[in-house]
Design a protein around this ligand. Structure first.
Ligand code: NOJ
Length: 519
C-alpha cells in the first residue's frame, strides 16, 4: 500500500468555514474569504488544510447534516469557488482535505425523503428502518412517528441525522441487512461517487466523520474495516496521492481499515486527555477528570500519554500516522484557563511529535473559548470554540464588514488578533511559525522520524524525548525541573527561555520547552 510522501512533512490547519473569513459581507465565512487567506496560512508554514463540511445543509449540526453531497452550501459560494480554492492552495503547495460525512445525512436529504415514503422505492433501504412503527429493539437510537412509513429509523447523532445503511455484521432481526446486500453496497457506491466527484474537482482527500460507525452491530469493526479497505483499494488504483483521515481515535483499528491517518483525540484516547484535559472541561464527568500533564500545577502523569501513544506508534509504523491536534471544533479550546506562555509550550511540543500535527484555526493566536454563548447550529458547549477568526484590531476583528455576524466575535479589548501577533516577534503566532519552520528544517522531525523516550516518569517533570539527533525537554509545570540524563547537548531552540544539558544534567525552567542538538 502506498503512503504518500507528502504526509511526512504535512502540517495541517483546520478551517471551520463559517467562522474563517467573510468576503461578501453577509456575516458568515465563505470560500472566496478562505482563498484570500491562503497567503496568511503559507506565511505561518501550513501546507495542508482540512475544511469542516461545506456542503448544502440546513445546518442543524454545523453542516454535518448534508442535503446534497455534490453542491457547496450557497452561503459559502459555488462549486467553482471551491475549485478555485483548491487551485490557489495547490499553487502555494498546500493540500486540501474535505470533510466526508458517510455515516448519516440530514433528514432533509432527497434520499431520506424518498426512504420515508410508505411505497417501496430505490431508497427504501438507504437508511435503517425497523420492521414496523411499534418496534423498539434495544441498543438503537430510533426516531418514530415522523412519517407514514411503517417503521422507525436509526439516527447516528442528533435526531435530524438518520444513519445511512451499510448493513449489520451480526444480524438479530430480518430488517438488518448483511453488508454485502445490494442495497447496502449501493450506499457504499454512492459514497465512492461523492469521493470521486470531489477528488476530480481537485481536493486531496477527506477527513472522515465517525469513520468507525458505518456497519452496525460490528463490535470488532470487522465489517467497517472491510468497507474502508475496499474504498482504500479505489484510492490506490485511481487516486494514489489522495489520503483518508479517520475520526476514529483508535489508530490500530483505523490504519488496519486502510486509513492513512487517524486522529489521536479526546474520545477513546486517554493519553490525549492526560496531556491536555483540564478540570475546566465542563462536559467531562468530574469523577473521570484527571490532572493533565500540560498544567502549571505539575500534577500530570506523562506515562498515561507515552504508554498509549508509543504502543499505537509501534503498531502502525510504516503504514500510517496519527494526527495530534491543538484542538478541534468539538473540544474546548486549549487556551481555556491557560496563558500564552503555556500555549507556546503546547504548540511547540505538538509540532515536534512523531505525528502529523494539526492546528485548529485561531489556536495559533490563542483565541479564547467563549463558554457563555448560546448554542448555534447544534454547537451547544462547542459553540464557544467556533467563534469568528480574529484577524486584526478592526471592525469585527477583520472577519467581516457586516454589522451582524452569524456568531459574535470575541470583542474584548484584550482579545488576541493575528496582525498584532505577527508584528510581535515574541508572540504565540511567531512561536508557532518558528516551530513549524524547525520541524521542516530537519528530516529528524518528520512524521516518520525516530522517536525514543529519554525520560518519562510517572507524576514527574520534565518529559524528555529524542527525535533523531535532537533531544526535546518539556516542562509545563510552574517549577523548574532537573533530571540526571547521560550526555549533553547544545540548545538550538526554545519556547520560553532557557534550558541546559551539560555533564549528564538537564535543567529546564518552568513552563518551557527546549530543543538540544545531542553532542
Ligand atoms: C463528529 C463531528 O466532528 C461533530 O462535529 C459532529 O457533530 C458529529 N461527528 C456528527 O456528525
Amino acid at each position: 500500500m502506498h503512503l504518500p510522501e507528502w504526509l511526512k512533512t504535512a502540517v495541517f490547519y483546520e478551517i471551520y468555514p463559517q467562522s474563517f473569513c467573510d468576503s461578501n459581507g453577509d456575516g458568515i465565512g465563505d470560500f472566496p474569504g478562505m482563498t484570500s487567506r491562503l497567503d496568511y496560512l503559507k506565511e505561518l508554514g501550513i501546507n495542508a488544510i482540512w475544511i469542516n463540511p461545506c456542503f448544502a445543509s440546513p445546518f442543524m449540526d454545523a453542516g454535518y447534516d448534508i442535503t446534497d453531497y455534490l453542491t457547496i452550501a450557497p452561503r459559502y459560494g459555488t462549486n467553482e469557488d471551491a475549485r478555485e480554492f483548491f487551485r490557489q492552495a495547490h499553487r502555494r503547495g498546500i493540500r486540501v482535505l474535505l470533510d466526508l460525512v458517510p455515516g448519516h445525512t440530514s433528514d432533509q436529504h432527497p434520499w431520506f425523503r424518498e426512504s420515508r415514503k410508505p411505497e417501496k422505492n430505490e431508497y427504501s433501504n438507504r437508511y435503517i428502518w425497523t420492521k414496523n412503527a411499534f418496534d423498539y429493539p434495544a441498543g438503537f437510537r430510533l426516531q418514530s412517528g415522523l412519517s407514514d412509513r411503517n417503521g422507525n429509523y436509526v439516527v447516528n447523532f442528533f435526531s435530524s441525522q438518520p444513519a445511512l445503511n451499510y448493513g449489520f455484521e451480526n444480524r438479530e432481526y430480518d430488517w438488518q441487512l448483511p453488508p454485502d446486500h445490494p442495497d447496502c453496497q449501493a450506499t457504499v457506491n454512492a459514497m465512492k461517487q461523492v469521493m470521486r466527484f470531489w477528488l476530480d474537482a481537485g481536493c486531496d482527500g477527506f477527513r472522515v466523520d465517525m469513520a468507525y460507525s458505518l456497519v452496525k452491530n460490528d463490535p470488532e469493526f470487522v465489517g467497517t474495516q472491510r468497507l474502508w479497505q475496499d474504498i482504500r483499494g479505489m484510492l490506490e488504483r485511481d487516486y494514489p496521492e489522495a489520503v483518508i483521515l479517520s475520526e476514529w481515535s483508535c489508530a490500530e483499528k483505523a490504519i488496519d481499515a486502510g486509513f492513512h491517518l487517524d486522529f489521536y483525540i479526546h474520545f477513546n484516547c486517554k493519553g490525549y486527555n492526560a496531556l491536555f484535559q483540564t478540570e475546566s472541561l465542563d462536559y467531562v464527568d468530574p469523577a473521570k477528570a484527571v490532572s493533565c500533564f500540560f498544567s502549571r500545577e505539575g500534577k500530570g502523569n506523562i506515562r498515561a500519554f507515552t504508554d498509549e501513544f508509543t504502543a499505537k506508534l509501534d503498531y502502525i509504523r510504516g503504514r500510517g500516522y496519527m494526527c495530534v491536534p491543538t484542538g478541534n471544533h468539538d473540544m474546548i479550546r486549549y487556551s481555556h484557563k491557560r496563558t500564552p506562555e503555556e500555549l507556546k509550550v503546547i504548540s511547540a511540543f505538538l509540532l515536534l511529535l512523531p505525528c502529523v500535527p494539526f492546528l485548529y484555526y485561531g489556536d495559533e493566536i490563542g483565541m479564547r473559548y467563549q463558554g457563555e454563548l448560546t448554542s448555534k447550529e447544534g454547537g451547544y458547549f462547542r459553540t464557544g470554540s467556533r467563534t469568528p477568526m480574529q484577524w486584526d484590531a478592526g471592525k469585527s476583528k477583520g472577519f467581516s464588514t457586516a454589522d451582524t455576524l452569524y456568531l459574535p466575535v470575541d470583542g474584548r479589548e484584550d482579545a488576541p488578533d493575528c496582525a498584532s501577533q505577527m508584528a510581535d516577534p515574541d508572540s504565540l503566532w511567531n512561536t508557532v511559525r518558528r516551530f513549524i519552520a524547525l520541524r521542516q528544517s530537519a528530516p529528524d522531525f518528520r512524521a516518520d522520524g525516530d522517536f525514543e523516550i529519554l525520560y518519562a516518569e510517572e507524576n514527574r517533570y520534565p518529559f524528555v524525548f529524542r527525535r533523531g539527533r535532537y533531544a526535546i525537554a518539556v516542562n509545563p509545570s510552574a517549577s523548574p525541573a532537573a533530571v540526571h540524563l547521560p550526555g549533553s547537548g547544545r540548545k538550538v531552540a526554545a519556547a520560553n527561555g532557557d534550558g541546559t544539558w551539560e555533564s549528564d544534567e538537564l535543567r529546564i525552567r518552568g513552563v518551557s520547552l527546549a530543543v538540544f542538538e545531542i553532542a
